[in-house]
Design a protein around this ligand. Structure first.
Ligand SMILES: *Cc1c(COP(=O)(O)O)cnc(C)c1O
Length: 439
């Protein structure tokens, strides 16, 4: 892979002693990239040969003291210095003066990841899957990080004993069929450490799939080495979700990293965050999802920016996300369209949000509108015989020939809709009317 002239200049200012033939080798070595992460504004200015405006610099420094900086030389090299302050890479990696203005509605841990944590590192929010934080390290500190509270805490790997406790919890909780490894970035662990964790999880019979959330294909694509990929390949089914936010992040180097992962049979997904001043534009999002699928990455989620501290300047109204979906659904391939979600503050989990397509309905017809604005009707069947489900699958005409058919308790709306559960209402805790009744 050839280096661009800006990458050559950059590597030259990082290490003036390098000989000409050493440039490429170092640049493509992820450990070299990590050793030379940019961690302060002075270095940032020196490497790019620029000067930040003096009046803003002080406030940026102030932000950096609260929420530290770390950017890989590779990711830094993608910044277009001709339009620095509007550059999407710059905005995601270098602190804004606005990070210090923390609003009343913002929280350290809006998603209550710690409250829903049975053992350190595990968040068990959904019935059948867990989030398992196995690394405190990141290749770069995203300014929009939802776990900003933890950024730069201590760049360390949780102790082996701590990870063992997480694995133990998963082993003892048979409902868990999907383990989502995240962090930090799991790919900042060594191949050996990662291999050990995945091997241990793979031995657990009820774990059907392992997912890895990593931003390395975006900010440190050099990490996707042949060794890493051949190790992962031995542990299928492995799924990977990465985190591209802007089409300019898809470079030849990142394309190659994605191709290696896809060639290893790993299904790839992408989770973007909707960020004001970065990608809050239907045309940018459309270009991004097209580039993603061209590289075998399926857009998975588009996140509404969380209520974490210091992110208010990144937040958009929810309407912006709906407008983006309105511009994608129908206008482009269905598999280009991510699910737009709001991760509910307080630990309610991800809530999908969509434009409305169902306009009205009667007893035998529904009225719908399509992406073009055409209003149409769908005539419902006259002779549908409802199936009463008491969960007795062995006497049902439908053929669910599964010995281990899921018998877990129905919850929420699913429970209200079911035939076998007699609950008729969900009542908020402490509802005054109900409290009076109990007296
Ligand atoms: C996002 C998330 C998951 C995975 O959710 P999916 O919708 O299955 O991708 C699991 N646990 C926690 C705590 C999460 O935040």
């Amino acid at each position: 892979m050839k280096l661009s002239s800006s990458q050559k200049n950059l590597i030259g200012s990082i290490d003036e002693t390098l000989a000409d033939n050493e440039y490429k080798q170092h640049w493509h070595d992820w450990k070299w990239q990590m050793r030379h992460c940019i961690r302060d504004l002075d270095t940032f200015e020196r490497y790019l040969g620029i000067e930040l405006p003096a009046h803003e610099r002080k406030a940026m420094q102030h932000s950096a003291e609260r929420f530290p900086i770390s950017v890989t030389p590779y990711y830094l090299s993608l910044i277009n210095t001709d339009n620095l302050v509007n550059d999407p890479i710059f905005r995601q990696s270098i602190p804004s003066p606005l990070e210090r203005s923390i609003h009343e509605s913002e929280m350290e841990d809006p998603l209550h990841e710690e409250a829903d944590s049975p053992v350190p590192g595990i968040t068990h929010r959904y019935p059948d899957r867990v989030l398992f934080l196995i690394s405190n390290m990141c290749a770069m500190y995203c300014r929009h990080c939802t776990r900003k509270r933890k950024v730069g805490d201590h760049d360390s790997i949780p102790a082996r004993s701590e990870i063992e406790k997480g694995i133990e919890y998963i082993r003892e909780t048979p409902q868990i069929r999907d383990v989502l490894l995240s962090g930090g970035d799991p790919f900042l662990l060594s191949d050996e450490q990662l291999d050990w964790i995945i091997t241990e999880l793979g031995k657990i019979e009820h774990v059907e799939v392992i997912r890895i959330g990593t931003r390395t294909p975006v900010v440190l694509p050099q990490r996707i080495t042949d060794d890493l990929v051949s190790m992962l390949k031995r542990h299928h089914p492995i799924w990977i979700n990465t985190h591209f936010n802007h089409p300019c992040e898809i470079t030849n180097t990142s394309r190659r990293a994605l191709a290696k992962l896809a060639d290893a049979g790993i299904p790839l997904g992408n989770q973007s965050v909707l960020l004001a001043g970065v990608n809050d534009c239907p045309r940018i999002m459309r270009a991004l999802v097209h580039k993603l699928v061209a590289n075998r990455v399926r857009p998975y989620y588009l996140y509404q920016c969380d209520l974490s501290e210091g992110l208010s300047h990144f937040r958009t109204p929810v309407g912006k996300g709906i407008e983006i979906l309105e511009n994608l659904i129908g206008h482009t391939s269905g598999f280009c369209v991510p699910t737009y979600v709001i991760d509910a503050p307080g630990g309610g989990g991800k809530i999908p949000v969509m434009p409305n397509y169902l306009i009205s309905w009667s007893t035998n017809k529904v009225v719908l509108r399509n992406y073009e604005g055409v209003i149409t009707t769908y005539k419902e069947p006259d002779s549908y015989e409802p199936i009463f489900c008491d969960r007795k699958c062995d006497v049902c005409d439908l053929q669910l020939d599964l010995g281990d058919a899921d018998e877990s308790k129905a919850t929420g709306i699913q429970m209200l809709l079911s035939d076998h559960d007699k609950t008729i209402a969900l009542v908020p805790e402490g509802n005054e009317r109900h409290t009076r009744r109990d007296d």
